[in-house]
Design a protein. Structure first.
Lengths: 362, 234
């Protein structure tokens, strides 16, 4: 009730007191930093990888990371308006990828696939977006809206249930087999941009993700609907008094989050062309991690968090783990992703851009 | 223009309002005075559609708005300056005002309303791109009132607008209430600062423990024992 009053009294920065906990935290931070720096020094000085190989890892990280970022937007925007983590969002991504696969497969048998690749890709993207958006909106309607006002743990648990439900519905519909996304001739091989050699498929992924994110950012900042979303995420009761239909705004948030996840699903197929009903799980968890990394609830944070996580897990194993001669280091990228999360959080507990969490509404 | 009859409001099983009846005429300032916990906010929030009354009727002109939810009330011509201001602190002053005019009717008069609010509160014009949360307490209250006026209300509900403000700023708030009334907006004013509220009001109600225990002209209430005892603390 007294939100304005708490803002009025600006948070007073407490004088830093030295406690055993803070000493421990600092020791932890210094140790972590030392391990990373020394490992990096070892691997760079060993010369195991050439500059070009490092760059390839980096670019690969950016392209996977931008897919994480697109998915992370859905987690962070839903968290913004409802203050709960929608664990079914990974499945929203998966159904988009699944639809992308079927549409791409159908198109691949026509001449359109080879004669106009851009049109084909657009059709695939739109189909994936439409599917993910519909699923996200349906899940909101039947699984979350009836729980509005319930303690936040309840929709959280429901979202895990929704997640399994979607997985097994898709398994029932398309079977458990792993599907191979059709290749596109025009996306094979590499191209050169500003003197850097990049896989064509990665260029498409990065460009498409950037366009979607820029579009979303402008939408949220500039449009009336975007403004109503920001208002609802700051204070839903007051937003309603301004004439904003909160339920409708929440549906729009789910729809937009779903659309982004759908695009991510189609793009995922271009980078990792194998897919089954369980394929939403890991990217979903990674995207959730990205959202936390960037500061949950913060849209730009989700974008930064996704790209950073992609880079960490792509470059990290070769950079840090290889330096210590850890065997099979490249299989440890998932471990690196979570280590990166823990590291960022011990330096910045609110995530890269998260400040609002501290003054979270109750 | 506003007619509230026999309102019972509950929080779960706890009753907070017993048969409250209040009317506000056109172009009139009416105040509800009463001590802390008397049920003043409960009454205002029930009128605004935030709380659903269990019994009673709320009629606005000829329209029954008893069941109308909060997000429809502004279209019906009612705006609220909530208790504790409830601004959107990490949005700009301009965005806050813009949100006040979110409904379709107000949107059509946006430029006009903005001009009006800027004339009433020149400081808001100077600070339009500043974040609402960075304003001083007084400025925040001005913004909350300005945001309410952006909705072009026929009836403005104000819940303790003077709470926690410096005396100079309190005077300014009450000046604005009179200006707004002179421009034809009816005001239902909730205050613990009964003295000042009664000064700007034509009629008033005394609320105690969820019941309207007295009503009459502002002068009558200002002189009455009950008001003196329960709110003026004389
Ligand atoms: N959200 C709530 N839940 C339960 N009881 C409430 C709530 N808000 C107010 N009350 C109770 O209703 C009564 C009236 O409160 P309120 O209308 O806020 O009083 P006032 O605005 O006059 O100070 C008080 O006894 C208060 O404890
Ligand atoms: Mg109150």
């Amino acid at each position: 009730m007294t939100e304005a009053a708490t803002v009025d009294a600006r948070p007073v920065r407490r004088a830093a007191r030295i406690t055993p906990v803070s000493i421990f935290l600092w020791a932890l931070r210094i140790a972590a930093l030392a391990i990373i720096l020394y490992g990096s020094y070892l691997s760079i000085s060993s010369g195991r990888l050439s500059a070009a190989q490092w760059r390839d890892l980096f670019v690969f990280g950016i392209s996977t990371g931008s897919v994480y970022a697109l998915i992370a937007l859905g987690y962070t925007m839903v968290y913004g308006v409802l203050r709960f983590i929608n664990f079914a969002h990974g499945e929203v991504f998966m159904v988009g990828a699944m639809m992308a696969f079927y549409v791409a497969n159908a198109l691949a048998t026509t001449t359109l696939w080879t004669s106009s690749p851009v049109v084909s890709l657009l059709i695939v993207l739109v189909a994936a977006m439409a599917t993910s958006t519909s699923v996200a909106v349906i899940v909101e309607r039947i699984a979350y809206r009836p729980l509005r006002g319930a303690p936040r743990l309840i929709p959280l648990i429901t979202s895990i249930g929704a997640s399994f439900t979607i997985q097994y519905l898709v398994r029932g519909l398309v079977g458990p087999s792993t599907k191979a996304f059709p290749r596109m001739e025009q996306l094979r091989g590499t191209t050169e941009i500003l003197g850097v050699v990049i896989l064509k498929s990665q260029v498409v992924v990065i460009v498409a993700a950037l366009v979607m994110m820029a579009g979303l950012y402008l939408f949220v900042e500039r449009t009336r609907t975007g403004k109503s979303m920001r208002a609802v995420s700051e204070d839903p009761e007051t937003a309603a008094l301004m004439g904003i239909d909160v339920d409708r705004t929440i549906v729009k948030v789910f729809a937009i989050g779903g659309a982004m996840a759908g695009v991510a699903g189609a793009l995922w197929g271009l980078v990792f062309p194998s897919l089954n009903f369980f394929s939403g799980f890991l990217p979903g968890i990674k995207a959730f991690t990205s959202a936390v990394l960037g500061g949950i609830g913060n849209i730009v944070g989700a974008m930064l968090g996704g790209v950073s996580l992609g880079i960490f897990e792509s470059v990290g194993p070769s950079l840090v783990l290889a330096g210590y001669e850890i065997p099979a280091f490249s299989q440890l990228k998932d471990v690196v992703a979570y280590a990166a999360l823990v590291l960022v959080l011990i330096f910045r507990p609110t995530g890269i851009l998260g400040e609002r969490l501290a003054q979270e509404r109750t | 223009m506003l007619q509230v009859t026999d309102l019972d409001v509950f929080y779960g099983d706890a009753q907070a309002l017993w048969g409250a009846s209040v009317t506000v005429g056109s172009g009139e300032v009416v105040s509800i005075v009463g001590s802390n916990g008397a049920g003043k906010s409960t009454l205002v929030n029930a009128i605004m559609g935030i709380l659903r009354p269990r019994r009673g009727r709320i009629v606005l002109d000829d329209q029954d708005v008893t069941e109308t939810p909060g997000h429809r009330m502004c279209r019906a011509g009612v705006a609220i300056v909530p208790e504790g201001r409830r601004l959107f602190p990490s949005m700009s002053v301009e965005d806050n005002l813009d949100l006040g005019a979110f409904n379709r009717v107000a949107r059509a008069h946006y430029e006009e309303s903005l001009q009006w609010v800027h004339t009433l509160f020149p400081r808001l014009a100077d600070r339009r791109s500043q974040l609402a949360g960075s304003l001083s307490g007084g400025e925040q209250q001005m913004l909350a009132i300005g945001r309410g006026l952006m909705a072009r209300p026929r009836l403005l509900l104000m819940d303790e607008p003077s709470l926690g403000l410096a005396p100079v700023v309190v005077d300014e708030v009450f000046d604005v209430i009179e200006t707004v009334r002179d421009e034809g907006v009816s005001v239902l004013l909730v205050e613990q600062n009964a003295q000042m509220a009664l000064d700007v009001s034509s009629r008033a109600y005394l609320l105690a423990e969820g019941r309207v225990v007295m009503d009459g002209t502002a002068e009558e209430l200002a002189k009455s024992r009950e008001v003196r005892d329960s709110v003026l603390g004389l």
